[in-house]
Design a protein around this ligand. Structure first.
Ligand SMILES: Cc1cc2nc3c(=O)[nH]c(=O)nc-3n(C[C@H](O)[C@H](O)[C@H](O)COP(=O)(O)OP(=O)(O)OC[C@H]3O[C@@H](n4cnc5c(N)ncnc54)[C@H](O)[C@@H]3O)c2cc1C
Ligand code: SF4
Ligand code: SF4
Ligand code: SF4
Ligand code: FES
Length: 700
């Protein structure tokens, strides 16, 4: 005779299960998801992680669902504020001494969230197409960005502790350029049409990136831009010797081919209003950038030529006559671009900057290049007044400055030194003292603004007007192209959620573990057996040649150098991050990895096993591998060995892992809830057929 079923209540619903059924099994049977880490289907419970805890009426303590059988009349609550708090604490304790980087340190610094090791791994094996696919997922305009991005990632490359950081920007430039020239280039595909349409104001990097992702979602995208050609500051600001127009055009053509409509020469505020766009489209993305130049803060400022006017003129093919001597005021990218363009227009150029070289908000290599091209730079000098000189030229009177306390930007404030006036004679003064967002127009259309630009929620880029989103320089003030590209992707996600009527929450944020800085011993362990190899260099035009034209200065990597450089990548970050239970649940329960942070474990890696890698610092002592090895009747097997803080999974009597896990290694890696035991990368590639082990090359 069949045994009578046990009846209980789970989350207010009646359940009836066979005697001995655990709460976890019962919950799964009726589709209730209870999180687990140490549980392995078919094995006796270890009850070590406590993530599966549930509330049982009448009990003061929470109970582990994986180990607790359902009893007659039990009232079980699988999700409550107490349960969630307890799960969060369990995760925070597990993360408190975790020695693992979910994301490689380089990738953690890329504002566009490019998964750099994922991009470099196929590239190192010659898989150009797969590398390009990774770029398309996060980094539209990868060729342009490879030329102009300040490469926030590279200074954090692990290899910089060993030899030199990888040339990541050059590598994505090389892949994107090769792809653009290929007979069968990899390109994104438009999504199935949704019938929704989005109006984008501004066809700079933010607007172009938004269009590229919106079209992949299946929405129509129309870009409105006041200029006659798309590209924003990449075309009308950054000179061609840094970013050749063919490279930019090739990347914009992909957006066009994907289905974007361009309405060029159409200015918001003159040719159309925001109200009209809102009536015409289901959503609007404002990506108007920071177009307004700040004028010189001195008497006679109107006599100066503003740097954006100069650069935009040159971009249109004009060759303005700046006379024999030009002075550029400023110390940022715009100042360096204006100075180096002025040299190419035939002027002798001097830059005056009110702080020192250390405070210059441009790349140091820009300063080096400008100097090589003959630009003189005077530091700690600020304009006092500008006037017409006796012979028709200009006289710029400046005062010396001394640096005081840091200001709002964190940089030391330049203070005028009394009685230190110097007069410069010149033919042209170029003002390159910064750009700002023109906020009067947005305000007049009912948009809230901040001191920097249009006000937008940083998580979703939503403005105060329903269906209107804003991003890039228009929100941040004059900033970086890579952040504009990132804003475009975020806007496309949020707009997709909005038009579909879903909750507008933006992109999924992950809780990540990061364990920098590494000490000397850990670095030595990390680089054990890795030969030193210097960073790939690129050919550059000699200074005397480059000042004669706007030809690109940096020749980029050769194919051979690119492959060699990609092979220097150590594939940092955790290979198990995508499937890691601790990371997934830490995100779901909003655990704070730093809440109990104390002494973390040390970086260590055991690569002695032919199938799996073992990183003890990531082991959460869940016992799963121990039980699996036992079930597989491994002769030696593995155990949790050591005491207190030093406990870790290991082979009894200190034997090699290959002896402990002869049969069950792959099963253990599959069950390991973190990246402590993971398949060796080559093995994972063989099983999954990933790009790294296939040699995929693009046509031509
Ligand atoms: C000289 C210079 C050098 C730079 N160098 C670098 C560098 O080396 N590295 C780097 O990362 N960044 C650099 N930047 C910054 C970078 O170019 C910007 O951060 C980036 O272009 C911002 O992108 P965006 O799409 O937000 O805006 P933009 O690129 O400014 O594009 C905005 C677009 O909106 C259009 N628009 C504006 N108002 C209207 C309107 N009313 N109606 C219709 N259209 C309108 C404009 O015509 C423009 O095409 C530089 C900027 C300048 C000016
Ligand atoms: S876009 Fe910039 S920060 Fe991101 S990977 Fe490229 S060079 Fe690095
Ligand atoms: S070695 Fe590769 S993965 Fe590691 S930090 Fe450098 S570029 Fe990133
Ligand atoms: S190595 Fe073993 S004990 Fe450690 S987390 Fe992985 S499965 Fe659990
Ligand atoms: S205690 Fe139940 S899954 Fe870990």
């Amino acid at each position: 005779m069949a045994e009578p079923l046990v009846r209980a209540t789970l989350d207010g619903r009646e359940i009836a299960v066979a005697r001995g059924t655990t709460i976890l099994e019962a919950a799964r049977g009726v589709g209730v998801e209870i999180p687990t880490l140490c549980h392995v289907e078919g094995l006796e419970p270890a009850s070590s992680c406590f993530l599966c805890c549930v509330q049982i009426e009448g009990r003061r303590q929470l109970s582990p669902a994986c180990a607790m059988p359902v009893a007659e009349g039990m009232v079980i609550v699988s999700d409550s504020a107490d349960v969630r708090a307890s799960r969060r604490t369990a995760l925070e304790l597990l993360l408190s001494d975790h020695a693992g980087d979910c994301v490689a340190p380089c990738a953690a610094r890329c504002p566009a969230d490019l998964d750099i090791p994922d991009f470099l791994h196929p590239l190192a094996a010659g898989g150009l197409g797969d590398a390009m696919d990774v770029l398309w997922r996060r980094l539209p305009l990868a060729g342009s960005l490879g030329r102009i991005c300040p490469r926030l990632c590279e200074s954090h490359c692990r290899r910089s502790h060993h030899d030199e950081g990888l040339a990541i920007g050059q590598l994505h430039r090389w892949v994107a350029d090769r792809n653009a020239r290929a007979t069968r280039p990899r390109e994104p595909r438009p999504g199935a049409p949704t019938g929704f349409s989005v109006g984008i104001v501004g066809a700079g990097p933010a607007g172009l990136s938004a269009a590229l992702f919106l079209l992949q979602h299946g929405h129509a995208a129309t870009l409105y831009d006041a200029h006659s050609r798309p590209g924003g500051m990449l075309r009308y600001g950054i000179p061609a010797y840094r970013l050749p127009r063919e490279a930019l055009d090739a990347e914009i053509d992909v957006v066009r081919r994907l289905g974007a409509e361009f309405r060029l020469g159409a200015r918001w505020g003159e040719d159309f209003s925001l109200a009209q766009l809102r009536a015409r489209h289901d959503a609007v993305f404002l990506a108007i950038g920071a177009q307004r130049s700040r004028s010189l803060d001195c008497e006679g400022a109107a006599l100066a030529l503003d740097a954006l006017t100069l650069l935009a003129g040159v971009a249109r093919g004009e060759t303005p006559d700046l006379g024999r001597q030009a002075i550029v005021v400023g110390g940022g990218n715009t100042a360096m671009d204006a100075a180096r363009s002025a040299v190419r227009l035939g002027a002798e150029v001097r830059v005056v900057y009110r702080r020192t070289e250390r405070e210059m908000p441009c790349l140091l290599e820009e300063v080096r290049d400008a100097r090589e091209e003959g630009v003189e730079i005077d530091f700690l000098v600020a304009p006092e007044r500008l006037a017409r000189g006796p012979g028709g030229g200009l006289e710029l009177v400046c005062r010396r400055t001394a640096l005081g306390e840091p200001d709002a930007s964190g940089r030391r404030q330049p203070l005028p030194v009394p009685g230190s006036e110097t007069a410069y004679r010149c033919d042209t003064v170029v003002a390159a003292t910064g750009q700002r967002v023109a906020t009067r127009l947005p305000e007049s259309e009912g948009l809230a603004v901040t001191a920097r630009g249009i006000a937008a929620d940083p998580r979703t880029l939503a403005t105060n007007l329903p269906g209107v989103f804003a991003g890039g320089d228009a929100v941040l003030g004059a900033d970086l192209a890579v952040r504009a590209v990132a804003a475009g992707r975020l806007a496309a996600t949020a707009i997709d959620q909005y038009v579909r009527g879903a909750a507008v929450v933006g992109l999924d944020g992950q809780v990540d573990s990061a364990f920098e800085p590494l000490d000397e011993t850990e670095l030595a362990e990390l680089f054990r057996g890795i030969e030193r190899a210097s960073r790939a260099a690129t050919p550059r035009l000699a200074a005397q040649t480059r000042v004669r034209s706007f030809a690109e200065v940096d020749g980029g990597l050769s194919a051979e150098a690119a492959l060699r450089e990609a092979r220097r990548c150590l594939s940092c970050g955790c290979s198990a991050a995508a499937g890691c239970g601790v990371r997934r649940y830490a995100t779901e329960y909003q655990a704070d990895p730093t809440r109990f942070a104390g002494v973390r474990r040390r970086l260590a890696r055991d690569e002695s096993h032919p199938e799996v890698s073992y990183e003890p610092g990531k082991c959460i002592l869940c016992d799963a591998c121990v039980r699996i090895a036992r079930q597989a009747s491994e002769e030696l097997g593995v155990a949790l060995v050591g005491r207190g803080f030093q406990v870790a999974m290991g082979v009894p009597f200190g034997g090699p892992l290959a002896d402990g896990l002869r049969r069950a290694a792959e099963r253990c890696a599959a069950a390991c809830p973190t990246g402590a035991l993971s398949l060796r990368r080559e093995r994972a590639c063989d099983l999954a057929g990933c790009g790294g082990s296939r040699l995929v090359t693009l046509g031509s």
